[in-house]
Design a protein around this ligand. Structure first.
Ligand SMILES: Cc1ncc(COP(=O)(O)OP(=O)(O)O)c(N)n1
Ligand SMILES: Cc1nc(C(=O)O)sc1CCOP(=O)(O)O
Ligand SMILES: [Mg+2]
Length: 506
């Protein structure tokens, strides 16, 4: 997540649309709206209006090269977004230039929106399919619509989004997002296949896919929506978001823009860039994968107080000794998080822990070991995202246990919220010594943004929370703070617990 005030830089290598909706104009408006700096390398000075494309007017590659030379030492790109590539000269130049830039600029992401045909009708490029394909090995993320994906792959209209995206990634792109805006479906569903764009610690498979669905916005103020999709994706990637979150935020940004002139279909107007999407109504639904089985809502935490959601301090500890030490302090909730213990010892610890927590009337959640939690009647289970496939959620639900789920960013938050657990955890708020959370540090800004998407399910913040940082976390409005080392490594753990609780009571 961003820490400095310097804005990320997005280069757009695209055509100018003199009617102001698409191409460079869309990219500049999107970049401004999402707080990134946009540098423009204009490939063509097109003549078009809301009815048709009249001429292309490609720019000479010498000019493009001079722009690269001028910008590189001054405003090196975090992300390059490619749109209209007008002819073979430009394509050859671009291929060589991307190879060099990838060597010179660390962590550069290249996004390609393969615009061949303008939405107003007419072709924007003289390139053949074979020529376009030659670019793919240099592309990190490609964002075709369904028709463009079919053209690129040669697959029929019967091919699924998954088949299209897989074929495109086999041609060289690391990740592919297929936009469903032009489909005939009642909903607008987008599909993202990531075959290795990001290192995600929890990912167990080599490739991973995400599906998002929104209701369809009926508006004709959508000119430049496709270009804005790719540049918004670039803006979020350049600000440090993982692909799954950049994808989700982009979809919300597009929905928000399309909502402005909903119902007005008489005039083909420009897509409206409306800034950072914050309101839940614009965020898509996550389409669950086949392995995730939806259940009835999980039982609530039922604190019995008026402020039913507030749980206060949530210590996460790893032994019976810690339970024996902390339970007498009168906690609302506690978690037993044990890793790498032999099965027999683990089971006995869980049996003893359940008994002990009951005697203090404290809600005990067991991390990971959901079968043992059910077997021995724990109050609840805490699961990570990767556990959601293997755990039997229906069995946990039917056994009357509560469920807490970890989330890291808006994709996982929306996905987990749809399962209606008893609470949702958001982490890691800050860097933590307890666990490798590379690439998944949320910061307070993201915590606040995620809280705006929350329903009535309580939200727990976790990761790097200590007594110095706790007040700022609590001010965001979270319902609980989960803490490991700020208690277990404190010189006086009982005092630390009390100071956390005073802070949350105030
Ligand atoms: C309250 C709370 N939030 C998050 C976690 C992390 O759980 P998980 O993702 O399952 O990771 P491990 O704890 O198993 O490493 C948690 N334990 N508690
Ligand atoms: C166990 C755990 N889960 C996290 C998540 O973000 O899911 S962060 C985390 C570590 C919390 O430990 P500490 O309070 O010492 O930083
Ligand atoms: Mg776990």
């Amino acid at each position: 997540m961003p820490t400095s005030k310097k804005k990320p830089v997005l280069w757009t290598i695209s055509g100018s649309d003199c009617s102001g909706g698409a191409g460079i104009a869309a990219d500049i408006k999107t970049g401004f709206s999402l707080a990134v700096e946009v540098c423009t390398l204009i490939t063509a000075n097109t003549v078009q209006n809301s009815q048709q494309v009249l001429s292309i007017n490609p720019v000479n590659i010498d000019v493009l090269q001079q722009q690269v030379d001028a910008l590189l030492p001054d405003k090196p790109p975090n992300v390059i977004k490619i749109g209209q590539v007008a002819n073979s000269y430009q394509l050859n130049w671009l291929s060589l230039t991307l190879i060099k830039l990838k060597q010179q600029v660390a962590d550069l992401t290249v996004i390609y929106d393969p615009v061949g045909q303008a939405s107003v009708g007419g072709y924007l490029s003289s390139l053949t399919r074979a020529e376009l394909l030659s670019l793919l090995t240099l592309v990190d993320i490609i964002t075709p619509n369904l028709q463009e994906a079919r053209t690129l792959t040669g697959l029929s209209s019967q091919a699924s989004e998954q088949a299209l995206a897989t074929a495109i990634c086999q041609l060289g792109a690391k990740a592919c997002i297929i936009k469903g805006g032009h489909s005939q479906k009642h909903t607008c569903d987008d599909y993202c296949l990531d075959t290795g764009f990001h290192y995600i610690p929890q990912a167990t498979e080599h490739s991973i896919s995400y599906r998002l669905s929104s209701h369809r916005y009926h508006t004709s103020h959508s000119h430049g929506g496709g270009c804005s999709f790719a540049s918004a994706l670039g803006a979020f990637i350049s600000q440090g978001y993982l692909l799954r979150d950049a994808f989700t935020l982009t979809k919300a940004f597009i929905n928000q823009g399309l909502s402005v002139y909903q119902g007005e279909e008489s005039y083909y107007g420009a897509f409206e860039q409306q800034g950072w999407p914050r309101e839940a109504e614009y965020f898509p639904k996550v389409i669950p994968d086949a392995e995730t089985k939806l259940t009835a809502p999980f039982a609530s935490l039922g604190t019995g107080r008026q402020d039913d959601k507030k749980l206060g301090l949530y210590p996460v500890i790893d032994s019976l000794a810690w339970l024996e030490r902390l339970l007498p302090l009168g906690l609302e909730i506690i978690q037993l998080r044990i890793k790498n213990t032999d099965p027999a010892t683990l089971e006995q610890i869980i049996i003893d822990a359940v008994k002990l927590a009951r005697s203090y009337n404290t809600r005990l959640f067991i991390n990971d070991h959901w079968q043992l939690a059910i077997k021995h009647g724990a109050y609840g289970v805490h699961l990570g995202q990767e556990d959601l496939h293997s755990a039997n959620l229906a069995q946990i639900q039917e056994s009357g246990l509560r469920l807490g789920i970890s989330t890291h960013g808006c994709y996982e938050f929306l996905r987990a919220q749809q399962l209606k657990p008893s609470y949702l955890a958001i982490g890691a708020i800050f860097a933590t010594q307890t666990k490798d959370m590379t690439g998944q540090i949320q910061g307070l800004d993201n915590l606040s943004r995620l809280l705006a998407l929350a329903t009535d399910i309580p939200v727990v913040a976790i990761g790097g929370i200590n007594l110095e940082r706790a007040a700022k976390v609590w001010q965001t409005g979270v319902d609980s703070m989960a803490v490991v080392t700020a208690i277990t490594l404190a010189a006086e753990p009982e005092q630390a617990v009390n100071r956390f609780r005073q802070l949350m009571a105030g």
